[in-house]
Design a protein around this ligand. Structure first.
Ligand code: MN
Length: 297
């Protein structure tokens, strides 16, 4: 297997003085890994300096995966859910045809906030499902020589997450100490996101907040060092996506309709709570949004 390094790039959520994240997906060369279509890493931020404060905003056509290494985030959504997420727990929100949510560092938080936010694209047959929210505090763990893993989504090393997924997929946090062989599904493509520590993947140094891509057709990868990584993967996602703002769709018209509904206060409902005014949608670009293949051609 030839690893392929995809470095992240810095993004400030909410403007130039906003909350600093490192985005690894979509990458200009590779937009998805399996159905994983978006990955932001953040922190560790001292919450005295940087608090997550994302007001109500809409999503369609995806699932959001909120996963923490340190700290807490409070999620609220237009279904009435209110759920704190802590390290080792999963907040999984299925947008389907439309949901709105807010995510904030709770008022009584202390210490540091460190985590990742990922999106999973819903396939054609499921992208109009009813919106849903689930919290999973008891995920399966796997012990391997040199590593332990928490199975967040899908199946890894014979253990299956209880979280609902709509495509053949894997998401697992792996803690490495020494040298480990991670079993891979040969029909999946995979990527490894560095979370902390000092690790190498198939002999390639894994930067913190960087992604190493592993093509399909391989049944294991060697990781070594001390630290934590996130393994993501799935069957290559062959539907061409239109991704714009917080929406994952298939056409310009679909995205424009979602934007118009959010602006009109329709479809998505409202999010209770004190997080201030909902996020306004940006203007659509002056050109039509185009569906894009998973790899730049
Ligand atoms: Mn969101």
């Amino acid at each position: 297997v030839t690893p392929d390094l995809l470095p992240g790039h810095p993004v400030a959520l909410g403007g130039t003085r906003g909350f600093a994240v490192t985005r690894t997906l979509p990458h200009r060369e590779r937009r998805t890994v399996g159905a994983w279509c978006f990955a932001d890493s953040y922190g560790p931020h001292d919450v005295r300096d940087a608090r997550m404060r994302v007001p109500a905003h809409p999503h369609i056509g995806l699932q959001t995966v909120s996963w923490l290494l340190a700290g807490e985030i409070e999620h609220r959504d237009s279904l009435g859910s209110r759920q704190l997420v802590r390290p080792g727990e999963l907040n999984l929100m299925t947008a389907g045809r439309g949901i709105a949510h807010s995510e904030v560092t709770p008022a009584d938080a202390s210490g540091h906030l460190h985590g990742v936010q990922l999106w999973v694209a819903l396939p054609a047959g499921a992208r109009d499902v009813a919106p849903a929210f689930a919290h999973h505090a008891d995920l399966p763990t796997v012990r391997l020589p040199g590593a332990t893993a928490v199975v967040i989504l899908g199946r890894f090393a014979g253990q299956e997450s209880p979280a609902v997924a709509y495509t053949p997929i894997v998401g697992a946090q792996v803690t490495v100490s020494g040298r480990a062989e991670l079993p891979l599904e040969p029909g999946f493509e995979h990527a490894v996101l560095g979370l902390d520590g000092a690790l190498t993947v198939a002999g390639t140094p894994l930067p913190t907040d960087g992604l190493v891509y592993l093509a399909d057709g391989t049944s294991a990868v060697t990781v070594s060092g001390t630290g934590r990584l996130l393994l993501i993967g799935g069957e290559p996602f062959d539907e061409e996506l239109v991704m714009w703002w917080n929406f994952v769709g298939r056409s310009h018209e679909e995205i424009a309709a979602a934007r118009a509904d959010w602006t009109a206060g329709a479809r998505f409902g409202s999010v209770p709570g004190p997080e201030g005014t909902p996020l306004p949608a940006p203007e659509l670009p002056g050109v039509r949004l185009r569906p894009r293949p998973r790899v730049r051609t």
